[in-house]
Design a protein around this ligand. Structure first.
Ligand SMILES: Nc1ncnc2c1ncn2[C@@H]1O[C@H](COP(=O)(O)OP(=O)(O)OP(=O)(O)O)[C@@H](O)[C@H]1O
Length: 249
């Protein structure tokens, strides 16, 4: 089996006396969606934060694309291709969808030598950004500011930006949050189609989405991975049903 693109071993994080991440080992392989589920406060966002680099881990290792990235800053990890979208959107609200994606493309290419060229006048960037937006079904909305996009469209735009940055893996923290059933279904379709290009570590409470998308699921409870397996294995695990899934199965 190929080496995972992301390999977390024995990760630990305490907040005072609270073990928010307790000896967690998880991996993400190319071409897969690995879902992290668990009750509120289980440590899912804390784990994602440590992988992205916004939260410093106390122990363990974080390897990405064959490299130990545990001591690298957020931006350095992002430059290596570790993409993240946030529970709270990080888009530039006053800029159009097109400009947001063009800025991401420019950032990827390194902006220093093109600093004096206005981004919107760069035809090459514009064509590439348009193609990405078309893929994310946002072509007709590309001139709308991201503040005016619907909630679901903003999520699509965040993924478009991750594609523009050529992310090699994506950390998605509750992408379905705040979406209606139609929006969730649509985003599920987008992520499904993307998995071969960008593997995803997905934190999500929407079990329909998780069961539809996940190649593997890991269940966190009180900072520990209590079970890991395929959708069928997790659905039929009595411990998981009792601890978390309840009526969802
Ligand atoms: N900065 C912090 N300082 C102290 N405690 C924190 C901090 N961040 C998180 N925690 C605690 O760590 C635990 C894990 O929180 P975390 O937000 O990672 O859980 P979660 O599984 O993502 O929850 P949810 O599903 O509600 O988003 C919780 O008990 C939380 O209160």
């Amino acid at each position: 089996m190929a080496e995972p693109i992301l390999d977390i071993q024995n990760l630990c994080k305490c907040f005072g006396g609270l073990k928010a991440t307790d000896d967690v080992s998880v991996s993400l392989r190319k071409g897969e969606i690995h879902a992290l589920i668990g009750p509120n406060g289980a440590g899912k966002s804390t784990l994602i934060g440590q992988i992205a680099g916004t939260i410093k881990h106390d122990g363990g290792t974080i390897r990405f694309d064959g490299q130990d990235v545990g001591q690298l800053r957020v931006t350095q990890r992002a430059q290596l291709g570790l993409g993240r979208t946030f529970q709270v959107s990080s888009l530039m609200p006053e800029f159009s969808a097109l400009r947001n994606v063009m800025l991401a493309l420019q950032a990827r290419q390194g902006s220093s030598f093109r600093f004096w060229k206005p981004v919107m006048k760069d035809a090459g960037l514009r064509d590439e950004a348009s193609a990405i937006l078309e893929r994310m079904r946002l072509a007709e909305r590309m001139h709308i500011t991201s503040a005016e996009l619907s909630h679901g469209e903003r999520r699509q735009l965040e993924i478009a930006i991750a594609l523009a940055l050529r992310s090699k893996a994506l950390l998605l923290d509750e992408p379905m949050a705040g979406m209606g059933p139609e929006g969730s279904k649509q985003l599920t379709g987008f992520l499904d189609a993307l998995r071969e290009e960008v593997p995803v570590l997905l934190v999500e409470h929407d079990m329909d989405a998780v069961f539809a998308l996940a190649d593997r699921i890991s269940v966190l409870v009180y900072g520990r991975v209590v079970a890991s397996g395929t959708v069928a294995e997790i659905r039929s695990n009595p411990l998981v049903r009792e601890a978390y899934l309840g009526e969802a199965v």
